[in-house]
Structures are given as structure tokens and as C-alpha cells.
Design a protein around this ligand. Sequence first.
Ligand code: ATP
Length: 222
Amino acid sequence: MTGAPLINVTDACYTIGSRTLWRGLNLEVEPAEMVAITGPSGAGKTTLLNCIGLIDRFTAGRLSILNRDLSAPKESVARRFRRQELGYLFQDFALVEADSVIDNVRLALPPGTSRRDAVEKIRAALDVVGLSEKRRNIEKSKVYELSGGEQQRVALARLIVRNPRIILADEPTASLDRENGEMTLRLMRLRAEAGAAVVVVSHDPWVVDHCDREFRIAMEEN
Ligand SMILES: Nc1ncnc2c1ncn2[C@@H]1O[C@H](COP(=O)(O)OP(=O)(O)OP(=O)(O)O)[C@@H](O)[C@H]1O
């Protein structure tokens, strides 16, 4: 035990029409903890992550993040919370493909960050993910011009500049080679060591082994 949980899901249930994905679900994630959500295909792993990420809502149950009750937040509150406190990593990177690398990373900075500060932070983050030395003009490249591994590095740079206390990752290594997969896991671990709660949905035993704990969702009988 390292401290009070940053994420607290209590007695949660998710129903779509007549089908219940899960019920009575309880999950706590503490600071500095990396938890893998596993389970059979269709069990509702992504749905759980989306609920914690305030993209979707439980049918019943309670959600508290950073000590704040977010069981049924107004959309404006959810939007602000997502922008300020949550960091996401997705299999398809969720970048704005037609925009440059620098503009994609800049989106993660708080509004009002000065241009000079922004450039400094973005360059430092691109350095950490090994992009700055890779190609001289990488900052101005459009995201669609990059390889999958490079795109994930841009997504990681975005996480670094935001420094969120909650990181939610959905199959973040699924489309990556081993080198980029390792970098993704390493950076998530660094964020956890800095005190973040990291939740990773993955089918990959290698990823699950890198986590502190496995939270397995069983297929609900309907
Ligand atoms: N908004 C929705 N409307 C209709 N069906 C949905 C919705 N959200 C999820 N589902 C269904 O719920 C089930 C669980 O989906 P989810 O993607 O969460 O599962 P998963 O465990 O992440 O699966 P996989 O491992 O295959 O990615 C699926 O059958 C999906 O089609």
C-alpha cells in the first residue's frame, strides 16, 4: 500500500440494452501503481477504461478520481477534468494527423503557456522520447508522415508535457515493434514512479508482466 487510491470504482455496473457487461465491479488504483486490465475479448475492458476516463458512464455505481466524486459529472466538468487531469494512450495514438508534431504536443500544454516555454517543454519531451535526434525536421513533420512507432513517441511526448496524475492506456503497444513497445512501458513506469496511477488494458502477457497487478474482468453470464 502506497497511499490513498487515486482511482476508486465502487460497485459499478455497465449495461447495454439487455446485456450486462459487468456488475459489482470494484477497483482501486493507488499512486505509483500500474494496473493491467485483462479478460476475454468483449468482457468490457475498454468500456471500463472509457468510464474511468469520463468518455463513457457507468449504468450504476460510483467513480471517484483524485478524491473527487465523478459518478455523474456534467459534461463541462468531465471535459475540464479530462483535459486537466487525465492522460490517454491509445493503440491508434489519437493524434491530429494533419497537424505537425509540435502542434500535436502543444495541444497538451495548459492554455496560456508562453510560446518560449512551450517550445522549450516540447523540445525537451521530444528529446526524452528519442525523436529530436532521429530527424532534424521532425518538429515540423505532419503526423501522417511518421511511422507508427514515431507516432506513439509523439503521443508519449504529449503525456510528458502534461504530466497527468492519471494515465489510461488502451492496448498502447499493440501496433508497435519491441523497441517502441519497451519505450512506451518505460515511460509509463517513470510516470508511475513519479506518483501517477496507470491503468493499462492489454491482451499481451509481456505488458501485463510489466504491471504491478492484474485486474481480470470475467465474461458476465447474461
Ligand atoms: N456504446 C456501445 N454500444 C453498443 N455496444 C457497445 C458499446 N460499448 C461497448 N459495446 C459492446 O460491449 C462489449 C464490450 O466491449 P469492449 O470493447 O469494452 O470489450 P473489450 O473487453 O475491451 O474487448 P476487446 O478485448 O475485444 O477489445 C462489446 O460486445 C461491444 O460491442
